[in-house]
Design a binder for this molecule. Structure first.
Ligand SMILES: CC(C)(COP(=O)(O)OP(=O)(O)OC[C@H]1O[C@@H](n2cnc3c(N)ncnc32)[C@H](O)[C@@H]1OP(=O)(O)O)[C@@H](O)C(=O)NCCC(=O)NCCS
Length: 307
């Protein structure tokens, strides 16, 4: 009898949990870590140890050193004891006093048995990847705001608005306001404008009060996206920001109605984004926009706090 492909068994687990999860993919290259459960079953995972350059955009939402556990749990094995056993084996491998570090596990949001175990080990559900299926676009009653595609001339306003989002998100999640945040935002938004991605600006009385920065993401074989999303063309919302004094007046909803419309014209029926569950504004906002958690990114900072 040949041993079953572990990815096929992991895919069956995912499918049973949530119909929007993609087929399981190989974990990234790393160190194989296995654990034996009380009934003798052996479960496996891959652990990675990654360093992030503080000069890059990734450093605005990531710790500078990240240990990550990638469990490969077949269906039929309860996730609670399996994750517990793997974390127990993983903890002694994380030897660091680096403050700017994290231990992370990305796991399907609907696996609440795993949730219990991850909470007990000290992880926080700092971020979710949320998806919006094919559904009607919201009709927004007329609000006193104009939405238009941004141009290079808007760059100062776009950077100001993006940094307002960074500052807010740093209080409620894993975002870090690094000293070079302004330069990074200027460069990345400039790049997205230059390559024709969907960058929308909302104006009220001639003043820029909101930004939606989006692009298309193709989940195709071999892409990063297929590890998180079923194959197909997805609209991705990278940043939505409304100026502090203009919030709760319909600007965000107006921007997203326009963004969803434009992304659909470009061929994306389904959308995804990341948000922080502790964000009291966006957690409500995105649920009302039709987004729901697919993956939860569990984190402990610093990594040595894993218990
Ligand atoms: C999240 C954000 C973009 C929403 O934009 P907005 O213009 O304030 O939102 P809207 O006025 O269009 O409100 C839409 C919904 O958001 C929620 N919301 C808005 N302000 C809220 C508040 N002060 N408290 C609770 N919920 C609020 C409500 O559900 C509201 O719907 P309702 O008016 O029907 O109840 C904006 O609050 C913001 O920039 N926040 C800081 C940055 C941020 O969190 N960005 C998103 C990161 S993922």
């Amino acid at each position: 009898m040949t041993a079953e492909d572990p990815l096929a068994a992991l895919t069956r687990r995912f499918t049973a949990l949530d119909p929007l999860l993609p087929a399981a993919q190989d974990p990234p290259p790393g160190r194989l870590l296995t654990a034996r459960l009380a009934d003798g079953t052996r479960v496996r995972s891959v652990v990675t140890d990654t360093r992030t350059d503080p000069a890059t955009a990734q450093a605005l939402w990531s710790a500078l050193r990240v240990w990550e556990l990638h469990p490969v749990l077949p269906d039929g094995v309860a996730s609670g004891p399996a994750l517990h056993a793997l974390i127990e084996k993983w903890r002694p491998l994380i030897r660091t006093t680096q403050e700017d570090s994290s231990a992370t596990v990305t796991w399907p949001s609907r696996d609440v048995e795993a949730t219990r175990v991850l909470l007990d080990h000290g992880f926080t559900p700092l971020c979710v990847l949320a998806v919006r299926g094919a559904m009607p676009i919201e009709r927004v009653e007329a609000v006193d705001v104009d939405v238009r595609p941004a141009t290079e001339d808007d760059l100062d306003d776009l950077v100001r608005l993006a940094l307002a989002e960074t500052a807010y998100s740093a209080q409620v999640g894993g975002t870090v306001v690094r000293p070079n945040a302004e330069r990074i935002k200027r460069e990345t938004i400039g790049t997205h404008l230059g390559q024709g991605d969907l960058v929308l600006v909302a104006e009220r009385g001639g003043e820029a009060v909101g930004l939606a920065e989006c692009w298309l993401n193709e989940s195709v074989p071999g892409s990063w996206a297929e590890t998180r999303l079923p194959h197909g063309r997805w609209g991705y919302v990278n940043c939505l920001s409304v100026a502090p004094g203009a919030r709760d007046a319909g600007v965000g909803r107006t921007l997203m109605a326009a963004a969803h419309h434009e992304l659909r014209i470009k061929g994306a029926e389904r959308m995804f984004l990341y948000f922080n569950p502790p964000n009291p504004l966006s957690s409500v906002f995105w649920a009302r926009q039709g987004y729901r958690p697919l993956w939860t990114i569990w984190e402990i900072r610093p990594a040595a706090a894993l218990r």
